[in-house]
Write a protein that binds this ligand. Structure first.
Ligand code: IPD
Ligand code: CA
Ligand code: CA
Ligand code: CA
Length: 269
């Protein structure tokens, strides 16, 4: 994708994200239909569905040949990342949206032939738009984000970690995870993977580790984090395949190796 194409798509995507955010804020206090999906705590609302439909409808009108991967099922049945693919989470952090009315985001990642070209993460209630275009740096609203520091003491790092890592689990030795939590300076759990990626890019967290995420949770974040020099892999340091869910580690490269080799001992239960 050349720069002109990327800029044109970015302008529209940005407009749509801001418009969708405004629509959510406007309807914030109207009654919601809340349903559950995989289990009783896996929520979806009319707002999630309407927001995804809004993107799908706009994208298909302007770019009928682009493909869409969306959490709520309005997208295409995508089996490869060839061509231009929009990867959309209409509301990331639905539980926060329902219970807290804040700390949720719209996440839109745009890839071309598998390469991340554009990332947009919009913290709707705070009106913070994190954005990046490939090779052009990352921004919070109109302010450029600073490249991540090239040195970081591990015992001064703050990590985003879901508490499930500390319970007995199928991925890693939870004792090792407890050691990780004790070794770093602090841990946080915000309940929105997209926002956690944005915080890593902003440098207010040094890393975020998640057990099982899908393309829509991370597609935008990967692009934004990369633009400030961060890396994203599975929690075991393997490359991310956006066509399947997996564990995710996004962080300052200085601490990546330390986490992967020191704590993520696959199969060593
Ligand atoms: C969820 C959030 C949450 C993460 C879950 C995701 P959703 O996305 O990102 O932080 O822990 O794994 O599914 O369902 O609210 O879009
Ligand atoms: Ca969901
Ligand atoms: Ca999500
Ligand atoms: Ca969602």
């Amino acid at each position: 994708m050349n720069m002109q194409e990327r800029n044109a798509i970015y302008q529209l995507a940005r407009e749509w994200v801001l418009e969708a955010g405004q629509a959510i804020r406007k309807r914030m206090n109207t009654p919601l239909t809340i349903e559950t999906k995989a289990d009783a705590n896996d929520l979806v609302t009319t707002m999630d569905k309407d927001t995804e439909y809004f993107f799908m409808n706009n994208i298909k009108k302007v770019y009928p040949d682009h493909l869409i991967i969306g959490e709520e099922g309005y997208g295409d049945d995508v089996t490869s990342l060839d061509g231009t693919v929009w990867i959309i989470d209409p509301i990331d952090g639905t539980m926060n949206f329902v219970h807290q009315k804040r700390n949720f985001a719209i996440s839109v990642g745009i890839y071309h032939d598998g390469v991340g070209e554009i990332g947009l993460i919009y913290d709707v209630m705070a009106d913070h738009l994190y954005s990046a275009k490939k090779g052009e740096g990352a921004f919070k609203n109109d302010t450029p984000l600073t490249p991540l520091p090239d040195s970081k003491r591990f015992d001064e790092a703050i990590l985003g970690v879901n508490h499930f890592w500390l319970c007995e689990n199928h991925l890693v030795n939870e004792k090792k995870m407890q050691e990780l939590v004790r070794t770093v300076r602090g841990t946080r759990t915000y309940g929105s993977a997209a926002l956690e990626f944005a915080y890593v890019a902003e440098g207010v967290m040094d890393g975020y580790i998640a057990m099982g995420l899908s393309a829509w949770d991370i597609a935008a974040g990967i692009v934004i984090v990369k633009e400030v020099g961060g890396v994203t892999t599975t929690s075991f340091g393997e490359p991310i395949n956006l066509l399947q869910s997996a564990s995710v580690l996004t962080c300052n490269p200085v601490i990546h190796e330390r986490i992967v080799n020191g704590f993520m001992l696959k199969g060593r239960k």
